[in-house]
Design a protein around this ligand. Sequence first.
Ligand code: HAM
Length: 429
Amino acid sequence: MSKSLQAIRGMNDILPEQTPLWRYFEATVASLLDGYGYRQIRMPIVEATELFKRSIGEVTDIVEKEMYTFDDRNGDSLTLRPEGTASCVRAVLEHGITGGGQVQKLWYQGPMFRHERPQKGRYRQFHQIGVEVFNLDGPDIDAELILLTWRLWGELGLRDVVTLELNSLGSSEARVRYREALVAFLSARLELLDEDSKRRLTSNPLRILDSKVPETQALLTDAPKLADYLDEASRVHFEGLKARLDAAGIPYVINPKLVRGLDYYCKTVFEWVTDQLGAQGTVCAGGRYDGLVEQMGGKPTAGVGFAMGIERLVLLLESLERVPAALSRQIDVYFCAFGEAAELAALALSETLRDQLPHMRLQVNAGGGSFKSQLKKADKSAALFALVVGDNELAERVVGFKPLRGQGEQQNIAWDALPAHLAANLNQV
Ligand code: HAM
C-alpha cells in the first residue's frame, strides 16, 4: 500500500483482537463511575483554538507545539482537542449547568490529539477517560477522585504496579511569589542551566522543576521549595487530603517537583505512575483548577478532575498479562447447518434462541461448507458448544448439541427444550 494511503503516524487502528480489552476497560470504568454518581457528558472533538490557548496556557508544550490547528472554510481557527478539561469547562459554562453553585460530577471519554513524537505509550491520537467535578472546593472530593481510581486499579488487578504522586501548587498568588523566588535563584546560576530550562525561565519557570536533565535536577536541590510558599488555605486543604488518604489506607508519595504541564492547576495535583511502561509511565493525572471557570468568563467555580490514558492502561494489562481469560472467547455457541432446508431451520431457530437468551453470543455458520469444515470453523471460533442440524435432525425436530471443549459427548436435544438446555450449560461456565 502506498505510504500516502496509510494511517497517519501516531494514529492507530484498534484491531478486532484488541477491542475486547478496550471494551472491558471502558465498561469497567463506566460502571465504577456510575457507582459513584458521575454522569457522562460528550463534547465535540473540534473546538475554537482560542479555547485551548486560554485554558491550557500559551506557554505550555501543548499549545506551543503540539496542537493540530487549522483554518476551516470560514477562516476560523479550529483545533482538534488535545485534552478534555477545556471543552468540559466550556460546555458547562455554555449550558449554565454550574450556575448558582450547582454541583456537577461529570465524565467523558474519547480521542485527544497532540503532535508529540510517537513512541510506546505516546501517540498523536490517543484516548482518555476524564472526570471533572464542579462547585466542590473541599479536600473530600479530591480524596474521592483518588479513591475511585484506587478502586479501579483494584478491579483491574493493577494496584501493585502503580504509585500515587501528590503535590500542592498552592493558590495562584502563592505560586507567583514562589515563581519570583525560583527565577531569582536560577537567574543567579544561569550558566548551569540547560537550554530548554533557560527558555522556560522567562516563559514557564515552574516547568523547570520537572526537567529531565540531571545537572538541572542537581541544581534544584538547593532551590527554594514550593511547599515553603504555600498559602494557609492551600496548606490546610493539602493536609485535609492527606488525612483522608491516610484514613482510607491509600499509599502515596509526596513529589515536591510535580507541577503538571498545563497551566490551569492550583492546590492539589496528582499522578498515578508505573515503572512498567518505560518513559511514558503516567497512566492517570489531574488536579484542582479553581480559577479556570472564572478565567473563561464564568463566576468563580471550584473545579477538580483527572484523565487517564486508555492506551497506557491497556498496554499495562497486556504486558503484565492481566487480561481476564474470559475476553479470549467472543462467542458461546456456533450453529452448523448442512443442506438448504436445514439452513432455513437453523436461521429460524437461532432467532428464537436469541429472543429467549439475549445474552448468549451465537454465531450462525455462513457460507455453507461440509459438516467437517463447519465444525472446524466452530472449533476455531473458540465457542463452547456447536449446534448441528442436517436432514436427519430436521426430520426429528432435534438439534445435535456438541460440546467443543471436552465437556462430554454430542447428544440430540428437541427444539423446544433447546433454550433451557443451553441456558443450563452456559451457566455452568
Ligand atoms: P494530561 O496529563 O495531559 O492531563 O493527560 C492525562 C493522561 O492522558 C496522561 O497521564 C496519559 O495517561 C494520557 N496521555 C497524555 N498524552 C498522551 C499521549 N500523547 N499518548 C498517550 N496517552 C497520553 C490532561 O489531559 C488533563 N486534562 C487532566 C485533567 C482533567 N486535569 C483535571 N481534569
